[in-house]
Ligand binder design. Sequence first.
Ligand SMILES: Nc1nc2c(c(=O)[nH]1)N[C@H]1C(S)=C(S)[C@@H](COP(=O)(O)OP(=O)(O)OC[C@H]3O[C@@H](n4cnc5c(=O)[nH]c(N)nc54)[C@H](O)[C@@H]3O)O[C@H]1N2
Ligand SMILES: Nc1nc2c(c(=O)[nH]1)N[C@H]1C(S)=C(S)[C@@H](COP(=O)(O)OP(=O)(O)OC[C@H]3O[C@@H](n4cnc5c(=O)[nH]c(N)nc54)[C@H](O)[C@@H]3O)O[C@H]1N2
Ligand SMILES: [Mo]
Length: 825
Amino acid sequence: MKKNLTSGWSRRRFLQAGSGLLATSALHFGYSKTALAKAIGQALPQFTALRPAQKGILTAAHWGAFEAIIENERMVGVQPVSDDPAPNELIAMAPWQVYAPNRIKTPMVRKSWLENGPGSHAERRGRDEWVAVSWDKAIALVSTEIKRLQQDYGPSAIYAGSYGWKSTGMLHNCRALLQRLMNLCGGFLSYSGDYSTGAAQVIMSHVVGSMEVYEQQTSWPNVLEHSELVILWGCNPQTTLKNSWNVPDHVGLEGFAQLAEKGVRTIAIDPIRQPGAKALNAEWIAPHAYTDSAMMLGIAHTLLSEQLHDEAFLKRYTVGFDRFRASLLGEDDGVVKNAQWASAICGVEAETIRQLARDMAQKRTMIMAGWGIQRQHHGEQPHWLLVTLAAMLGQIGLPGGGFGFSYHYSSGGSPTARGGIISGISAGEAPQNAPAPIPVARIADCLANPGKTIDFNGRQITYPDVKMVYVAGGNPFHHHQDTNNLLQAWRRPETIVVQEPYWTATATHADIVLPCTTSYERNDLDMGGDYSRLYVFPMRQCVAPQHQARNDFDIFRAIAARLGVEQAFTEGRDEMLWLKSMYDNMKGQARTAGVALPPFDMFWQSNSYIRFPVPEANKQWVRFADFRADPLLNPLGTPSGKIEIFSQRIAAMQYPDCPGLPGWLPPQEWHGSPLAERWPLSLNTAHPALRLHSQLDNTPLRAKHAVANREEILINPQDAARRGIRSGDLVRAFNSRGQILVGALVTEDIRPGVVRISEGAWYDPADPTQPGTLCRNGNVNCLTVDIGTSMLAQGNCGHMAQLEIEKYQGDAPPNMAHAMPSGVV
Ligand SMILES: Nc1nc2c(c(=O)[nH]1)N[C@H]1C(S)=C(S)[C@@H](COP(=O)(O)OP(=O)(O)OC[C@H]3O[C@@H](n4cnc5c(=O)[nH]c(N)nc54)[C@H](O)[C@@H]3O)O[C@H]1N2
Ligand SMILES: Nc1nc2c(c(=O)[nH]1)N[C@H]1C(S)=C(S)[C@@H](COP(=O)(O)OP(=O)(O)OC[C@H]3O[C@@H](n4cnc5c(=O)[nH]c(N)nc54)[C@H](O)[C@@H]3O)O[C@H]1N2
Ligand SMILES: [Mo]
């Protein structure tokens, strides 16, 4: 038996459940027809909540739940589960994930680090030689280093926040496991916030009293029945709903399809006409990049001047409208923020802005906003202004009206089911001396500037001196802004450990690399439907661990054993015992909710998933309806209990880049800034349709979107013609921070002055000794700027950068992004 299998017990169990099922197809195929099923069905009528697999082994990913088809112990294909209303083609990449040529095959240590100790020749990260070591040796090196740093410097020297999208699964949650280990070993430096909604989640907690961006939305059936006008503001649901944090239920995609079928009027406000907007037959309004706040003010001014705003609503449910009115009228700074004024900034005709205001006021309007507009300098403003606009329209809390900030994400609005919830393995308690977390997107700043103090949401944070970075389940060389700046900051820590299935750029820039399994090589459980909690999916092991890869759980357990905390780490449970305890806990909740479920063993062996019932009332749930019904009884979590159009709390912070009232604050880089003369084009870094960030960039799906074997760039014909660029050309995109090779797609679907390069292409430096060198694969973060959105939220500004492009001259360099590091097999 292979050493890296989790345990004899779980392996046996897998064989029993897996090949046993394949052999005796009665249980596997015709589950409901078996005597066992019949017996259970009689005992527990709700057992029909179970959905048996048809052909393969049930598992799941961020892209959907599916059955893995196994032949001769190899995964050869997939089939979506029958309940999925909009199966995602990304699931077809599962076998490629398992058998990718660039899997990390064995633990590796960077030569200089191994020979000369921590910190040695840190500038060679990314180009040093690699030395293969045994698992025992790798575990010993990592454990010794954790112990040394805890003893010499304490927990603030170890950054183990490890931001990232990892894989689904509630047990093999590498980030929680890493943090669990570190909490047991003295603590670590963590982070707050995320890259997704860095600005919006902080500003919303001041404006509506919750993060809002991750709240349940007015349910889809209610929207379909009542909304007459849907505004997609920087919102690209057909792309971003493909994947979810938990396993997607894809109810949002179904919702949008029905919206189109019903012919509900939809307007997409986006510099790019997304394919999804076309599918919806959406009208297209294309403001210039990063100018939405000005456009929103123009709409607000029109509502005010044409008396289309709801005074009664504003009076009863909001504070600060008087000040906002004064600002719209220019009483504060002498600038009247009317549609004409907005038009000069955002490039949308004044009459279009005015008409939009009228249409929104006359119809039952749902404003659905995405998050790209807040991943920008002063990104707090657009969402604050959208809430303000919705308040002026007075439809918040009414069926089909108001605003929703997660219809595009993990199917917000998918009605909540009645059942139980799987809670995952916990990160445990941080010790009392654990340092204060840093805002997640300030990591490079923190690594480079120990001792520096920054403002953050009314507090001050001083960066500690980080000696070790431990990454499991994230890819900072993709996700962080200004890659070349990160590259320099990344040289400061003495030790960098990366636990990964693949040789990503983050892995190649580590000192110690630990190969971990993909989710298809282990047993796990996850919920389906982030908002609906509709399903429980088993994620059953499909194939044996590849090469020498080990499960994250086992890697951390081995480190824990060396550091004397194994018992606390495992609580005496192995993989299957953990899954059973999670299931039993969920089953208890379901029972309380009136849904009976079979015992764990039966569930697991049945190769079925659970679908919970959805109560009728939840299908008509309306966000903020309770607040609207009685704002005194159901106040918001803001200081006033109302929607804060003016925030005294923010005003008191006296931040010049985020005052107490929302408005138009020009970003550091935009088409109207002086640097636009040198860098005339505005960058849009939307999320990729056929990837999850950087995940799946190393699969054949890439052939569907890459142009000239590079990440594609969308260019308007006017901008292309001026530079002699045609579709299919290799293009160099560059600014003062970096340069990347991309492939041109010239299209009318993007407004002039804006280019789009999706986030997520793996970083592939032409000359790894030189920061600033050409990235041959097109990692867009080589061009973005690493500043906080403001002193309030310190969110990232990945969606804002000015640049220039040119047709690439010279021979096309090879693209080595998905190759093994040289010398490594
Ligand atoms: N310019 C720009 N930058 C952006 C964005 C943008 O819009 N523009 N978007 C930002 C956003 S919203 C986000 S959320 C981030 C996303 O940034 P990340 O979440 O860091 O991106 P992923 O590519 O999902 O990286 C996950 C990594 O985990 C690894 N992994 C998967 N499963 C496992 C596992 O079981 N164990 C271990 N140890 N590793 C595993 C994968 O191979 C992959 O390398 O990017 C941000 N960056
Ligand atoms: N297929 C797929 N789905 C995903 C992901 C993925 O990587 N791939 N990532 C997941 C994650 S982690 C997240 S956080 C969400 C991200 O969800 P979002 O943040 O909403 O997605 P983005 O693509 O960054 O931006 C959405 C839209 O905003 C537009 N936009 C950008 N800048 C501006 C602007 O200045 N003005 C206007 N009006 N519009 C603008 C973009 O063109 C895009 O159409 O998606 C999730 N879903
Ligand atoms: Mo995200």
